[in-house]
Structure formats: C-alpha cells, structure tokens
Design a protein around this ligand. Structure first.
Ligand code: GMT
Length: 375
C-alpha cells in the first residue's frame, strides 16, 4: 500500500474536532503515513513524540498597521510552504472556515496538485451557517474542496438545509482510541473523591458553552439525588461555569456536585460513572457520549443533531426532548434503579462502540477516501 503524506489542520485547543483530527493523524501515522500538523499551537493530544508525525507552527506577527493579525493568510502561507517542501499529497482540514478556505488559497499558492479534504464538525455550520456574512465563504470552502465529510447524517442534512452547497458530503462517524477508552478498574478514584459505595455517579463532560445546557444537567441531577444517594461529576470548563456554580448553590447541591475542571485520563472518570448526561441544544455528534459508551456508561442525550445516531434509544441509553427535565430525570432514576437493565445497557454501549464506531474501520474509511481521490 502506498504511504501518503498528509497535512492536517484543526483547532488545536481542547474541543472534539481537535481531538478527532489529532487521533486520526496518530492512527494514520501508525499505519505508516507521514503526517504534518499545521496549526497555531501543538494539538493538545500530541503530548509526546510520535513516529511519522511532524508539527509546523503557524506564526502570526502583530504589525501596528493591521487592526487584526492576519492569521488566515499566515496559515495559508504555511500550508503552501509545507506542501511544497514535504511534497504533501493531501491537506485534510477540519472546519470549512477558515481552514478549507485557507487550504484552497494554499493550493493555488503552492501551484501543485494538492487534494483538499474537508471535515465538517458542526460548529461552523450550525453557528456560523446562520451568519449571512459567512454563508458564502462556508459554501465556497465546501464546494472547492475535493472531498467533504461530516461527522453525522444530521450534520449533512443541516448543511444542505442551511447552505445548500453543490457538493456531495459523505458521513464518516467520529471514533475514539479503543485502546484507551475502555472500562477499567478506577475504584481508587471513588475513594479519593469521597464517593460512597452506595452512591450513583452521574457524569457530564463538555466545554461549558451555553449550547451544552449544563444547567439542565444540574436540574436533572437535583431530581435524581432527591430520590437516591448520588454524586455529579462536572468535567470541563467554559463560559457557563459561573452560572452553573451559582445554580448548584441555589439548589443546595454543593456537597453532591463535584467541579473537576479540565481533566486528562477521562477513561478513569467514565469507569467510575453510572450514567452520562449530554443535554445540548446543538450537537452534531457528541464525542463525549462515544467516550463514555466505550467505557460502558449508558447515556441520556437530547433529540438534537447527531446525538440520536450515537445513543440508541432503549438500548444504550435514552433520547429525550430538549429541556424535558422531568422525562430525563425519570428515565435516569428508572435506569439507575434497575441493575439488570443498567448492566444490559452498559454491555450494549460497549458493543455499539466496537461495531458501529469501530476505530480501525473508521480510520480505513478516511484512508479509502484519500486513495479514491488520488487515483
Ligand atoms: O462542541 C463544541 O463546542 C466543540 C466542537 C468542536 O468543534 O470541537 O465540537 C463539534 O465537533 C465534535 C467532533 O466532531 C462533535 O462531537 C461535537 O458534537 C461538535 N459540536 C457541536 O456541534 C456543537
């Protein structure tokens, strides 16, 4: 099999798209391809030296004549420079804007037959798609890419409804590293956190943006903890944190809600959890749900975006309507009270990850797409 040289650009800071882009790069490198990350800082999951992986930092100088530093131009220039020097076959960018648009410019600057693959993760479509000043740029980025993928069927549908690009978009689901995300013995953590044996553990992981509706998680937890001993692990940080802390205090839940902030080794936190809640109002996939499922945690999610494609209602968890706190709480309580059903959901969740979201298969789907393009 021919080994490819692939440039990858993503937002390198904490976030699902950066995680997926980095994990894909790592998996492709393990399969012998040469991977060049081109981004503003080192992707946070590239925390050690990996064979076949190179990193090229985009430097943006601040000149007094510019009101805003020209990041997009600097990125395109770096992409072109790396593409020519390293003889890249493909630029795989995550997000239509600015990354796909930068890649198109880079291809022209490089003057070589560089193929552009763009993966849509949602935020640029669901949020920016509503901003008329950017719609044409997103459409341009999609239409001028050689191939476009999206992380769920729901996102493909939404992209056509909002932007209607003249382009085929293929769904390739997200994946996790199945060697890391699996159920493990992490009972020492329960002891460290002071969680009692009889207490049920509910977990929520996000970047605490308003769309994640973390306040709905706390409200649902208030109902759950009213009828059974329970703890809520809130993992992550972001703009809604202050509001959520205030609400926790108002509901008198300070002793039951643990604010853990940004964490690594999430697989250990999932492994001590009995239920995951993701109650977002926008979510093209919900990577945290997949991570939790891989560790055997049943999930309750909202009937939004790609979440119903990840959680199978009545099999690996439940799908509830957005903001329906009563239904969410009732379903959570019933599941946590029924040990047999909980065990079955936990097994189903692990099986679903190993079949529908099988890491190897999904990486192969990207690989097949690259080879198809280069044929
Ligand atoms: O959800 C976020 O706020 C982060 C965002 C991102 O761009 O990193 O996540 C998006 O991409 C993830 C990976 O594909 C998906 O799992 C998330 O569902 C998606 N977020 C939204 O659609 C809001």
């Amino acid at each position: 099999m021919k080994k490819l040289k692939i440039g990858i650009t993503c937002y390198p800071t904490v976030g699902g798209s950066g995680v997926v882009a980095t994990e894909l790069g790592k998996m492709l490198a393990e399969r012998g391809h040469e991977i060049h990350f081109i981004s503003s800082s080192l992707p946070f999951r590239l925390n050690k030296i990996y064979h076949n992986i190179y990193y090229h930092q985009v430097e943006v100088n601040q000149y007094s004549v510019f009101q805003y530093p020209p990041y997009d131009i600097a990125l395109a220039s770096k992409m072109a420079e790396v593409a020519n020097r390293e003889k890249l076959d493909i630029l795989h960018v995550h997000y239509a804007i600015p990354h796909a648009v930068c890649a198109i410019l880079a291809k022209q600057m490089a003057g070589r037959d560089l193929k552009i693959v763009t993966t849509l993760h949602g935020t640029d479509i669901t949020v920016l798609g509503y901003d008329p000043s950017l719609t044409e740029a997103i459409k341009f980025g999609i239409e001028k890419s050689d191939m476009v993928t999206a992380v769920s069927n729901a996102l493909v549908k939404e992209t056509f409804e909002l932007i209607n690009p003249d382009k085929q978009i293929e769904t390739i689901y997200n994946f996790i590293d199945d060697r890391i995300y699996r159920k493990r013995d992490a009972n020492h953590l329960k002891k460290q956190f002071g969680i009692k044996e009889e207490e049920k553990v509910i977990i929520h992981v996000s970047n605490f943006r308003a769309v994640k509706r973390v306040s709905d998680v706390v409200k649902s937890f208030a109902n759950i903890s009213a009828v059974m001993p329970a703890k809520l692990l809130l993992v992550g940080d972001g703009p809604e944190m202050t509001i959520v802390c205030k609400m926790t205090k108002q509901l008198g839940l300070e002793d039951q809600v643990m604010f853990l902030g940004k964490q690594e080794n999430l697989e250990e936190l999932y492994s001590i959890s009995d239920l995951m809640l993701l109650l977002s109002e926008k979510e093209s996939f919900g990577l945290a749900v997949l991570e939790a499922m891989a560790c055997g945690v049943p999930c309750i999610g909202t009937n939004i975006g790609g979440i119903p494609e990840v959680i199978e209602h009545g099999k690996t968890g439940y799908i509830c309507e957005l903001g329906d706190i009563e239904d969410i709480s009732n379903k959570a309580i019933a599941l946590l009270n029924d040990l047999n059903l909980h065990q079955q959901f936990s097994m189903n969740a692990q099986e679903a990850v190993a079949s529908r979201f099988k890491t190897e298969r999904i990486v192969e789907q990207y690989e097949e797409l690259y080879f198809k393009l280069l044929k």
